[in-house]
Design a protein around this ligand. Structure first.
Ligand code: ADP
Length: 399
């Protein structure tokens, strides 16, 4: 009988969901949707396979008081309504942190959940929402297997040195290491590299995931060798609201000279910095691009300069560069940002084909460019759905 998988990706203010047919390995979901603006004015949207908008129905009950649990409590019956005839086989979750213990997709049990809860301080903006989603599903349908797919997992292939901070050894032993994130996105891009790069797919590739959260991953043989995010998803590139790499002395200054407490510093670094902080306007790159405000332009210039600097910092790990791939909201859609980053990297042998870049083509480098440059859409949901299929098959619960 035909059954379905549900994938949930609970972000800080959004919930993305997709429903996949368990009978085929198609990457096209039966439906895909987003509830954006959770904690403010939630906006629901869902589309079917053909791209047609689906009726919001009971989802119009969402309001300013809706938190992630309320949203999921409304969404699950909405989905059951739309897919009433198709039994739900499993729910797969994108979970930001798997710590040192979890690398591969994992069937969630009470002890797994307890471990994931202990990791909340390492990803305070994301992990609580991932856990809320798991709990809401368990409350609704305790019989449904739930599977966690970790954003940290893809980076566990890195060698020991790439994961170390120059901190006293006891802190390293305690787990204060570089974990890296956006692993599901990198996993997906790694899986499609051969389609676009041929033999070069197993060469030296840097993937730039540029969205609200941004990071880069240096790959060899399509495995993570180094990445810009570290112990938390705060490190590395400048982001929508996050500061990225920062002299830790600034944190000491905020505490000692300005008397700021940890929760206020956390809010400053995670929510009030990045594009929003520098522009003083918004974290939305598209809005900043359309603005002639000098602070907006400075925020964009800093974003691009720091992205190029971070890319250069990854090069020793892979010893050069064969290809650069842009992905996620900004990477897939913004020709000016790709151009500005590549303009900083001409010395590496990167030359764009401006016309191809402007029309968001898949290959955007010039024919004579030493480094191939690509813009490829990511698809984290597919990775989660595939993991559900694989894990259930191995566990002897296939469709
Ligand atoms: P998230 O990390 O929340 O999944 P996305 O990957 O969807 O984020 O990326 C969101 C970012 O992408 C926003 O800053 C948005 O402005 C930007 N973006 C989307 N489309 C464009 C575009 N055409 N030009 C510039 N920026 C864009």
């Amino acid at each position: 009988m035909r059954r379905v998988f549900l994938t949930l990706n609970a972000g800080s203010s959004s919930l993305k969901f997709a429903v996949f047919d368990s009978d085929n390995s198609s990457t096209t979901p039966l439906t895909k949707g987003t509830i954006a603006g959770i904690g403010g004015t939630p906006v629901f949207s869902a589309r079917d396979t053909a791209g047609g908008a689906l009726d919001a129905g009971a989802m119009t009950a969402l309001d300013v008081a809706s938190d992630h649990e309320t949203v999921i409590a409304l969404l699950l019956p909405w989905l059951a309504n739309h897919f009433g005839g198709l039994p739900l086989l499993a729910v797969g979750h994108r979970v930001v942190h798997g710590g040192q213990h979890y690398r591969d997709p994992t069937l969630i049990s009470p002890s797994v959940l307890q471990y994931l809860e202990a990791l909340v301080p390492l990803a305070p903006l994301h992990q609580p929402h991932n856990i809320a989603a798991i709990r809401a599903v368990a409350k609704w349908r305790p019989d449904i297997p739930q599977i966690a797919c970790f954003d940290t997992g893809f980076h566990r292939s890195q060698n020991h040195l790439a994961q170390l901070f120059a901190l006293p050894r006891d802190l390293t032993d305690e787990g204060v290491i570089r974990y890296g994130f956006h692993g599901l996105s990198y996993d997906y891009i790694a899986s499609i590299l051969p389609n676009h790069l041929g033999d070069r797919a197993s060469g030296r590739v840097i993937v730039a995931h540029l969205g609200n959260g941004s990071s880069m991953c240096a790959m060899k043989d399509r495995k993570s060798v180094a990445t810009t995010m570290g112990f938390t998803a705060l490190d590395g590139l400048m982001m929508g609201r996050r500061c990225g790499a920062l002299d830790p002395g600034v944190v000491l200054y905020l505490m000692q000279a300005k008397g700021m407490a940890a929760p206020d510093i956390e809010t400053l670094l995670y929510k009030h910095s990045g594009l929003l902080g520098v522009s003083g306007m918004t974290n939305d790159m598209q809005v900043l691009q359309d603005s002639d405000n000098p602070h907006a332009q400075e925020a964009i210039a800093l974003f691009c300069y720091r992205a190029a600097s971070s890319l250069a910092g990854l090069l020793p790990a892979i010893g050069g560069l064969d290809a650069l791939v842009f992905t996620a909201g900004i990477g897939e859609n913004s020709a000016p940002i790709r151009k500005a980053i590549c303009d900083h990297l001409g010395w590496l042998g990167i030359t764009l084909d401006d016309a191809a870049n402007d029309r968001n083509a898949t290959r955007i480098s010039a024919a004579h460019s030493q480094v191939g440059v690509f813009a490829l859409p990511t698809n984290e949901e597919t990775v989660v759905a595939d993991a559900c299929r694989g894990l259930l098959t191995r566990a002897g619960k296939p469709e």
